[in-house]
Design a protein around this ligand. Structure first.
Ligand SMILES: Nc1ncnc2c1ncn2[C@@H]1O[C@H](COP(=O)(O)OP(=O)(O)OP(=O)(O)O)[C@@H](O)[C@H]1O
Ligand SMILES: [Mg+2]
Length: 255
């Protein structure tokens, strides 16, 4: 096993608020890792630190042995970290397939702006790119709706499409921000299967934020818990479930 991501005392302050306070955790290659905690705990902010949206006030973030804190987002993406967003960010007027083609295209370009500027040629690009995108749609079970406008997809499928688009950038580390939010139980089960497959077959490392404890505990092998920006626990689901601090701050009662 080798370490892919290492946060050491990662901290960010927004004015008087310390949104993330000395958070440390390590991800090994192939981990399926959960990040949980109450609203406002600092989970999305951790993703923003890892993906270079914000530079930590202090502490370090090392990806594949390289310090990445302070590195611009597009550079971090090109190193192999890709994320999905808590609020879905698709191109609503484009088809499902085209949304994934854009992801694949981003791999060759430096940012969304240039991808958009080149969009017509990106879409017209070789069959290879489209075939690759279609294969990813099969992974997330959306191949049957490849030509539907993404805005016309039900919510659960839009979330799976975001994952396919992120996969198209060929990341080694995939960050999913509340991928199961708003899904019904059946959609959540489907999603869990997709995420497991991505890790097992595509050998990705996955870090995910989620509030649904059944989903997280059933899927993740290790979990870190934040509360008010601070890490209050870390360990396998069984230990987290019965941890008194976690129960008090978040779970309310043992789950
Ligand atoms: N750019 C910013 N400027 C000021 N405060 C911010 C900024 N980004 C996040 N915060 C604050 O940092 C804290 C943590 O926010 P964050 O979005 O990381 O929470 P979260 O754990 O993802 O919560 P949720 O489960 O509701 O998504 C919140 O108090 C939030 O208001
Ligand atoms: Mg959040």
């Amino acid at each position: 096993m080798s370490t892919i991501l290492q946060l050491t005392d990662a901290t960010i302050k927004f004015g008087g608020l310390t949104a993330v306070n000395k958070v440390s955790f390590n991800l090994q290659k192939g981990d399926l890792f959960g990040l949980i905690g109450p609203n406002g705990a600092g989970k999305t902010t951790c993703f923003n630190l890892i993906t270079g949206v914000y530079k930590p006030t202090s502490g370090s973030i090392v990806f594949n042995g390289k310090e990445i804190s302070g590195t611009p987002s597009n550079k971090i993406a090109s190193l192999g970290i890709c994320r999905t967003f808590q609020n879905i960010r698709l191109f609503p007027a484009l088809s499902v397939l085209e949304n994934v083609v854009v992801g694949a295209y981003l791999r060759h370009k430096t940012g969304l702006g240039s991808a958009l500027a080149y969009l017509p040629s990106a879409i017209a690009e070789t069959e290879a790119l489209r075939a690759e995108a279609f294969a990813l749609l099969q992974v997330v079970d959306l191949d049957d709706v490849a030509h539907v406008r993404s805005a016309d997809l039900p919510y659960g499928k839009q979330r799976r499409l975001e994952i396919a688009r992120a996969m198209a950038t060929q990341p080694s580390l995939l960050l999913l921000d509340e991928p199961a939010a708003g899904m019904n139980p059946q959609e959540k089960d489907d999603l869990a299967r997709v995420v497991r497959r991505i890790r097992d077959e595509f050998e990705k490392t996955v870090l995910l934020i989620e509030h649904d404890m059944r989903f997280v505990m059933g899927l993740c092998e290790r979990i870190v818990v934040l509360d008010h920006g601070e890490e209050i626990a870390q360990g396998p689901p069984e230990a987290i479930r019965s941890n008194p601090k976690v129960i008090e701050a978040y779970l309310g009662e043992a789950v």
